[in-house]
Write a protein that binds this ligand. Structure first.
Ligand code: SF4
Ligand code: SF4
Ligand code: SF4
Length: 355
């Protein structure tokens, strides 16, 4: 293939969200997601990758996160929380470490997810800590760009930081961080097994709810659930979020037309937005239409990037449904007054739509 054709081809290689759906429908089980990543690695070697929309690589190299050239602001989301929550930043030892992830740390639209996590962990009396500026990006954006060789130092740093806390459990609220920690980090470590269990927040909170360490009050509402690709197809976690939703009395749970293995991506994955933000917008528009078909008042997900992508675009499209992460949903229902206020809010919205 000549250079010109290769350059054109490279656009398509990066126009994929790495959602993995083609692997589900492929009759011969071709690992097309891995093939795409390998193709991207080759594009990078030949300097044929499309231009990034912003200084993402520089931020990762200097600031160890995707958004800023320093890592000091990783705790901005904690600033307007009551002081009692600050203790987790000074801890040198904790049974549970919460890996917040870059999206929830740096995008105000998702600050409410780590905030909900901390309040719920306090409520359940968990001994938890966070890494603060010692948390570096998990490296998934680099893998997605085709630059896996740069991930080594990120992986080693994060593994050592969690080990230094003496944690027995690592909770990830982001499915991509979870997938990277669980399935890809062992490649970068000489240890076969880490001395801590890696768990996604949906699994972790399902157990806490079953143990009745957090109450769940009733809610009369129609709810749907968006399967994040890295939680569902990449990690096989489909049921725990649904189990949590079904634990709430009064909920009318409606599946979207495409769900579980066949769920459509929200458009926010695979670094697509960093290269082709317009395509992300087109994909999320399709997702919003599918959500509307369910007539749900609330769409839940279990991914900070899904929440950010769907919520921001639904708002621009003036859609009335609420977009919440599962943790925010649990937090609302953990308090009877908050649950009631939320139900009233939903009812007001639906009667204003009808009127
Ligand atoms: S966007 Fe999803 S379905 Fe399309 S090629 Fe990429 S991984 Fe496959
Ligand atoms: S996967 Fe996304 S949210 Fe998680 S650390 Fe990496 S960039 Fe941040
Ligand atoms: S943002 Fe969510 S739906 Fe989109 S690719 Fe990532 S996990 Fe999948």
């Amino acid at each position: 293939m000549d250079q010109e054709r290769l350059k054109n081809f490279s656009q398509e290689v990066y126009q994929c969200t790495l959602c993995g759906h083609c692997e589900v429908v492929c009759p011969v089980n071709i690992h097309s997601k891995e093939i795409r990543i390998a193709l991207r690695e080759n594009m990078v070697k030949g300097d044929l990758q499309p231009a990034l929309q912003g200084p993402i690589l520089e931020n990762l190299q200097q600031g160890r996160n995707v958004t800023y050239p320093t890592n000091h602001d990783r705790l901005l989301w904690l600033q307007n929380m009551p002081k009692i929550f600050r203790h987790c930043t000074h801890k040198t030892h904790a049974e549970v470490v919460y890996f917040v992830g870059c999206v929830a740390s740096f995008f105000p639209a998702t600050y409410s997810i780590p905030q909900a996590m901390l309040i719920l962990l306090e409520k359940a009396k968990v001994d938890y800590g966070i890494l603060g500026p010692e948390e570096w990006c998990c490296g998934w954006p680099l893998i997605g760009m085709g630059m896996e060789e740069k991930v080594d130092e990120f992986a080693k740093h994060n593994i050592e930081a969690v080990k230094a806390m003496g944690a027995t459990t690592l909770i990830c609220g982001c499915p991509s961080c979870y997938h990277v920690w669980k399935n890809l980090y062992p490649r970068f470590s000489s240890e076969k097994e880490f001395p801590f269990e890696i768990i996604h927040s949906a699994d972790y909170f399902l157990e806490l709810l079953k143990e009745e360490r957090i109450p769940l009050h009733a809610l009369e509402a129609t709810v749907t659930y968006h399967d994040p690709c890295d939680l569902g197809r990449a990690s096989g976690i489909y049921e725990p979020p649904r189990e949590i939703i079904r634990m709430v009395s009064g909920i009318n749970f409606v599946e979207m037309r495409h769900h579980k293995q066949h769920a459509t991506c929200c458009g926010g994955g695979g670094d697509l937005e960093m290269f082709f933000p317009k395509i992300t917008k087109d994909i999320v528009n399709l997702k919003v239409k599918e959500i509307e078909e369910t007539r749900a008042e609330v769409v839940l997900s279990a991914c900070q990037q899904c929440k950010r992508t769907i919520a921001l675009n639904a708002k621009k499209m003036k859609k009335k449904f609420r977009v919440l992460d599962l943790l925010e949903f649990i937090l609302i229902l953990a308090d009877p007054m908050r649950a009631l206020t939320f139900e009233n809010l939903l009812q007001k919205t639906s009667s204003s739509e009808q009127g």
